[in-house]
Ligand binder design. Structure first.
Ligand SMILES: C[S@@+](CC[C@H](N)C(=O)[O-])C[C@H]1O[C@@H](n2cnc3c(N)ncnc32)[C@H](O)[C@@H]1O
Length: 248
């Protein structure tokens, strides 16, 4: 069970959470070395509206299987692609509708905090991803939020991230299935073009951390953004640092 109702968020997710082209390019550069020469599809676990699944075949010569539990998110993803190299299936991290050793890598972007049983998910991913295949986890992690704009304006949301699994917890859970944490990389992504655009997106509240704070804290955050804009602090694109964990 996800922390928020993604069937409801589906309508605004792309507008509220979609990355800029520059932001996506940063992730392309970070993940492409792991996608090249796989020979088997990538499973995108919690593929949402397909923001990454739809791009992987353009970044590298791979096929993608997006596994997504929310019908609303999955339908958005299916409607947005005509690429034969990408398909979407119902399922979740603990129940992947895929055969043993059928994938070359797994991609899990801003999903890990929704997974109820990390050890069960790690076992399932181990079953599906062939030996030596990388598991790439993109997320904000507890204690690593200082370089993410949202938490500057909505400090109460830090407590929400602090309730997410930490890097150490993810590492421990995946170790039980035989994985080892190979790398932690902080990836700078251009999230939005301006503070005004950031405000517009924040108002959609298409985010677990913004839905996890009281309404008053949310309103206070919007007022802080307004103050910053009227104080002349809107000086162009906003860069946020999210982490990429690589396990094998
Ligand atoms: C924040 S969205 C991320 C979507 C996409 N990965 C991206 O980066 O744009 C989180 C997604 O995880 C899905 N999800 C929730 N619980 C899940 C689970 N246990 N296993 C897999 N996906 C899950 C949600 O339905 C939602 O689409």
């Amino acid at each position: 069970m996800a922390r928020i109702d993604y069937d409801r968020v589906a309508a605004t997710y792309a507008r509220g959470r979609g990355l800029t082209e520059d932001g996506l390019a940063a992730w392309r550069d970070a993940v492409r070395p792991y996608l090249d020469h796989l020979g088997l599809p990538v499973v995108d676990i919690g593929s949402g509206t397909g923001q990454f699944a739809s791009l992987f075949p353009r970044w590298s010569d791979v096929q993608v299987i997006g596994v997504e539990p929310s019908e609303g998110m999955r339908h958005k993803a299916i409607a947005a692609t005509s690429d034969q190299r990408v398909r979407y299936l119902p399922g979740d991290a603990e129940h992947l509708p895929l055969g043993d050793n059928s994938c070359g890598a797994a991609w899990i972007s801003t999903v890990i905090h929704h997974v109820p049983n990390l050890e069960a998910a790690a076992r399932e991913i181990r079953r599906v991803v062939g030996p030596g295949g990388p598991v790439l986890i993109r997320s904000a992690f507890p204690g690593r939020t200082t370089r993410i704009t949202l938490f500057r304006f909505f400090p109460e949301a830090v407590a929400v991230v602090d309730s997410f699994p930490s890097i150490e917890q993810v590492d421990r859970a995946f170790r039980t299935a035989g994985f080892r944490l190979e790398k932690v990389e902080s990836v700078p992504q251009v999230s939005v073009g301006s503070l005004a655009e950031f405000r517009e997106r924040a108002t959609l509240r298409a985010d677990t951390t913004l839905l996890g704070i009281p309404d008053e804290a949310f309103e206070a955050g919007l007022a802080r953004i307004d103050d910053a804009i009227s104080g002349g602090q809107d000086s162009g694109p906003l860069v946020d640092y999210l982490d990429l964990l690589v396990l094998r």
